[in-house]
Design a protein around this ligand. Structure first.
Ligand SMILES: NC(=O)c1ccc[n+]([C@@H]2O[C@H](COP(=O)([O-])OP(=O)(O)OC[C@H]3O[C@@H](n4cnc5c(N)ncnc54)[C@H](OP(=O)(O)O)[C@@H]3O)[C@@H](O)[C@H]2O)c1
Length: 150
């Protein structure tokens, strides 16, 4: 094994000021932030196989919290920060650590959203291109339908 993708993610709308906001924030962080714990389990295996690559699936919501999905955005910001920490922690084994900051992608997640969406195939191609440019750290979005790795 040379590549680990942390893809699991959930979202739930709800005001930060709502009475139950702490409960749903906890469940969202459990998946979107702590899923990155997969890295702990796989880092030694990646090392054995030459360093490896880790891709954490994040979101443009890690950069912008417009209040629609407050806990989701906060969890993705936290996962982005952790991705940056992991890049430093795994530098010694020369692992490539990437965060994928996607806008809307056509999956079950966005079914029913009438907005421009990238296709999963397009995203996969972009990831492969970017991972081949090993030094890539952060690239700003050009439009809502584009995605970037960082
Ligand atoms: N679609 C978009 O527009 C978009 C934009 C930005 C970022 N993202 C991110 O992209 C990633 C994939 O989302 P998607 O669009 O493919 O959504 P999706 O169709 O809803 O898929 C979500 C995936 O996460 C898995 N998952 C959820 N909770 C989990 C848990 N507790 N443990 C293990 N797996 C769990 C689901 O597994 P099961 O099917 O087994 O439940 C499913 O495979 C997520 O991290 C999401 O935040 C998506």
């Amino acid at each position: 094994m040379t590549l680990v993708i942390n893809n699991a993610g959930i979202a739930q709308p709800g005001s930060f000021l709502a009475a139950d906001s702490e409960d749903f924030a906890r469940s969202i962080f459990e998946t979107n932030y702590f899923a990155v714990r997969m890295s702990n389990a796989f880092a030694p295996i990646l090392k054995t196989n030459g360093g490896g690559a880790l891709l954490n699936v994040l979101s443009v919501a890690s950069w912008v919290n417009d209040g629609e999905l407050p806990a989701y955005s906060a969890s993705k910001s936290a996962a982005w920060s952790l991705t940056n920490a992991l890049r430093n922690e795994l530098a010694a084994q020369k692992a490539q650590v990437l965060g994928l900051h996607m806008a809307y992608v056509d999956t079950d997640f966005t079914r029913g959203f009438d907005v421009p969406k990238s296709s999963p195939e397009e995203i996969f191609r972009l990831v492969l291109d970017e991972s081949n440019r090993a030094s890539m750290r952060c690239r700003p979005m050009n439009s809502p339908s584009r995605s970037s790795t960082g």
